[in-house]
Design a protein around this ligand. Sequence first.
Ligand SMILES: O=C(O)CCC(=O)C(=O)O
Ligand SMILES: [Fe+2]
Length: 314
Amino acid sequence: MAPQRRGAPKAEGSGAAERGRPSSTKKDQVPREAQRPWLKTVGLGAGLVLVALLLWNSLGTDDGIAEVLALRGEVLAGRFIEVPCSEDYDGHRRFEGCTPRKCGRGITDIVITREEADRIRSIAEKGLSLGGSDGGASILDLHSGALSVGKHFVNLYRYFGDKIQNIFSEEDFQLYRDVRRKVQLTIANAFGISASSLYLTKPTFFSRINSTEARMAHDEYWHAHVDKVTYGSFDYTSLLYLSDYLEDFGGGRFVFMEEGANKTVEPRAGRVSFFTSGSENLHRVEKVRWGTRYAITIAFTCNPDHGIEDPALT
Ligand SMILES: O=C(O)CCC(=O)C(=O)O
Ligand SMILES: [Fe+2]
């Protein structure tokens, strides 16, 4: 609306400039009348261009040029892009046959079905309905029991004790374990390592993001980061998306940040995106503009000392 208002005075202004002309006869008034619709069209056109630019800015890429690695609408059997490994792994103990020598990023839509994604999303919904951050980003960690509540976290298991069995079922946990195992096999396959050399590590958690303004630092999920730097133990990061870009939410695309052209992954329920966790895979999540975005971050380490167990009800 505002740009259109800005367009109108432009046409008015041109008229005012014409009023300054030395003489005005009936003869030259006719062409000036004829010019007005033309000027209005130009003004309106400029306004529309401005509106389009503003919309493009708010809906589209806020990082400059971006190439799409995976569109929401496509079903990828597997896409893998190798990138040179960073030196980040050198600062940690090496586990030959596991610590990345081959680095890169992969996406697959056929490892986890949309039905499984729906079921796992309902686990996230159940858990997160018990709490939720005041800001836009809530997490639920079934391993540690951490759940966002207001500006803090509570421990779900401590808080609910035995009553936790009225919230989650054994099938829920079985599904979670199955999904973890399938993602682990996918990563091992793509990077040519043995699945048994990988250990689940923390934090592995559900995230629920909406467009509510951030209240706390941990609501600010959109900053560019390197998982190995942020979380230490991560060697391979995976994300399982549980909702659909532009159907369930807007914004919220995943972006690999690269000089020249960023690479985006559009979330799709059941889509698994995985990558080596060093700075060869600097990334961020775009701000969610509307709706609710669900995902799970599932992380693996090569260091058995940093391994964690699957969550269990008892
Ligand atoms: O949810 C996503 O797409 C990415 C989350 C992420 O970068 C992280 O958990 O470290
Ligand atoms: Fe990350």
